[in-house]
Ligand binder design. Sequence first.
Ligand code: Y12
Ligand code: CO
Length: 175
Amino acid sequence: MKLTIVEYPDKRLKEKSKEVEKFDKELHVLLDAMYKTMIESNGIGLAAIQVGHAKQILLLSIPDEEDQQSIDTLIEMINPVIIQTSGETTYQEGCLSVPGFYEDINRYECITVNYQDRDGNTKIVEADGLLSIALQHEIDHLKGILFIDKLSYSRRKKFEKEYKRVQKEKKLSKI
Ligand code: Y12
Ligand code: CO
């Protein structure tokens, strides 16, 4: 089932997600529905809070060399924790919960993440490039942080003005 994506300024996006304790059928059903939702929405990353579940769950599917996403490129992470960081990088980020907006955001260049898979097995991944950036973006969602929260005061003001204008236009076009 495709789920509804929660969009900014919905307050649920500010919630801190809770640790997952049960690795059961209910978790697997949510993971499968999140995958369908992410792919059908043309996303490469999705956190559970973006579909209204305040649980420490994220999905990533970084396109391969042929720019294709498939079940082979899917990464599911439960209870992820960044345990090591190095370097700095900037990337123009987007988010399914902030549709139509892209901003340059500073992140760590490389990170090491400890997490659990859908069966509760503990794993460690070292990430760089787009995987590292997208992972930091999604782990921020689990803490109630959006990429727009990282903008300077003046960029944020500009964003809020533009976002309100676009929301208003969207509402009017539905009438
Ligand atoms: C950098 C940092 C984080 C990520 C992963 C999370 N972001 C996404 O997956 C964003 C997806 C996205 C998809 C959109 O839809 C289409 O392009 C059709 C989109 O477009 C609109 O909202 C109009 C915006 C964001 C990735 C990279
Ligand atoms: Co996002």
